[in-house]
Design a protein around this ligand. Structure first.
Ligand code: ADP
Length: 464
């Protein structure tokens, strides 16, 4: 199974192995280009000193001298004019050497086998125990020139060190492997929890308990995830409340329609009662029709992210039109309407905005007692165009104001029932204003009246 855990471990291991390989190649390159000549010079000096000391002191037994010197940590190879060979110290793994090199040393030249050792990527020349990898120096033995080849005995000189380094490297690798195993599980664990949380959310359980105290990206993810769970929970609660409100709003007119249609079947029913019952049935079905229309509007508005049909329009003209459309209702209640409107161009959806003014003005008429007054004003300010609908009506309690724009919220349930209202009007208004990136505010005092203010961006603000 390719889990994140396995992936991280495999990647880290891969990185470690690749780094080790790169480091090995880089060290080799460094040895070949920089250390090799230095090493060559050093060994050449040692070979020259050895030969000089030997020749100056004219030792009786040259082999003994060379054996002692080899014991100090060198491998020596002696070839005389007749081609006799002698080895001192640890033997060479490979003692082949081209005749020309031997000849050149016998004729008095120095052989630089270390500096000239061929370049190979995966071969550390430093440790190569070959006769080719030596320094050759002419040496006078018994009055005759022989060739002495010298190289440090790396096995002897670095034997323990090599073991030490190998153990160090091995342990470093082992420990890093163990730490990667443990630390990866720490990295992966919160991600596993988040995955389990997504499963819970998918199963409809939005109450998540995640560690939100971490300050890193995973912590932030957990915070956002918890917020998302809370939001989903709220949305789900709202959805349930909405469905139950809709069913309730549909149920009551239906019950009423059923009751009165049964009553109509009774034979001994006066003409007057029959007429009244029919009137109620008609009113309730109109109420149902209005409700379904408003629900459709809301569902359409919910599916929109922004207004798609923005056109230039004059709010003052729209407000005047709505006032004249509702004339029958305000005249019937003997309400005075005062208008202080100046032409104000904005960009918006004319149909939707007209619905805003219609809902606000019909509410003002509905909740204002006969003989009252409604003032409609527009004003242009820094924030945009402010449209105000103020009435001298019944007013709204301060506690009710925060919920006023919620779906199905009605302040006075009993009154609203008789007034044939749904409690959806202001939520539609709010949604339309939101879609226009505007704001809506309400100020009200019980018994004195209410003022609704809508602020929309004026046309010139769109081009800023
Ligand atoms: P409805 O269709 O019931 O009028 P709204 O969403 O338009 O639904 O209004 C919600 C509630 O807000 C109403 O039931 C009413 O109690 C209150 N309300 C709205 N406008 C006014 C107003 N101008 N004056 C007093 N109360 C109001």
């Amino acid at each position: 199974m390719r889990t994140l855990y396995v992936r991280i471990i495999a990647t880290t291991m891969g990185i470690m192995i690749a780094s080790a390989l790169f480091a090995f190649v880089a060290t080799n390159v460094y040895y070949h280009y920089y250390l090799k000549p230095v090493n060559d010079q050093k060994v050449t000096q040692i070979a020259k000193d050895t030969v000089a000391t030997f020749e100056e002191n004219e030792y009786e037994d040259p082999f003994k001298y060379l054996t002692v010197f080899a014991d100090l940590g060198y491998q020596l190879y002696l070839i005389d004019q007749q081609g006799n060979r002698a080895m001192f110290g640890d033997p060479f793994r490979n003692d082949e050497l081209a005749e020309e090199h031997i000849e050149s040393v016998l004729s008095g030249e120095t052989y630089h086998g270390i500096a000239d050792y061929p370049w190979k990527v995966f071969v550390t020349g430093f440790f190569d125990n070959e006769l080719q990898n030596t320094i050759g120096e002419p040496i006078q033995v018994d009055g005759e020139t022989s060739a002495l080849f010298v190289r440090p005995n790396t096995t002897q000189q670095f034997g323990e060190m090599r073991f030490f380094l190998a153990v160090l490297l091995g342990l470093a690798l082992l420990f890093s492997f163990l730490f990667v195993l443990v630390s990866t599980s720490f990295i992966v664990r919160p991600i596993k929890r988040l995955t389990e949380a997504t499963k819970k959310i998918a199963a409809g359980n939005y109450h998540l308990k995640l560690n939100v105290n971490r300050k890193d990206e995973i912590g932030r993810l957990a915070v956002d995830f918890t917020k998302m769970g809370d939001r989903l929970n709220q949305t789900e609660e709202k959805r349930q409340a909405f469905v139950s409100n809709v069913s309730h709003e549909i149920q009551s007119p239906l019950t009423s329609i059923q009751g009165f249609s049964q009553a109509l079947r009774e034979e001994e029913l006066s003409e007057e009662d029959r007429d009244r019952y029919l009137g109620i049935i008609e009113k309730e079905s109109r109420r149902l029709s209005a409700l379904s229309k408003q629900l459709l509007t809301l569902s359409f508005l919910d599916s929109e992210l922004r207004v798609s049909d923005m056109v230039e329009l004059d709010v003052a003209a729209q407000l005047k039109e709505v006032v004249s459309m509702t004339e029958y209702h305000w005249r019937e209640k003997d309400i005075t309407i005062e208008m202080d409107l100046s032409p104000n161009l904005i960009l918006g959806d004319p149909g939707l905005l007209q619905q805003v003014w219609m809902n606000l003005i019909t509410n003002a008429i509905r909740y204002t007692d006969p003989g009252g007054m409604i003032v409609i004003q527009t004003a242009k300010g820094k924030e945009g165009v402010t449209i105000s609908v103020k009435d001298s009506g019944i007013g709204i309690n301060q506690e009710d104001l925060p919920q006023l724009f919620e779906r199905f919220y009605k302040v006075d349930k009993a009154r609203v029932r008789t007034e044939n209202n749904t409690g959806l009007g202001l939520s539609i208004v709010k949604r339309i204003v939101d879609l226009h990136s505007g704001t809506i505010m309400v100020d009200s005092e019980l018994g004195k009246g209410s003022e609704f203010q809508v602020i929309l961006r004026s046309k010139d603000m769109f081009y800023l």
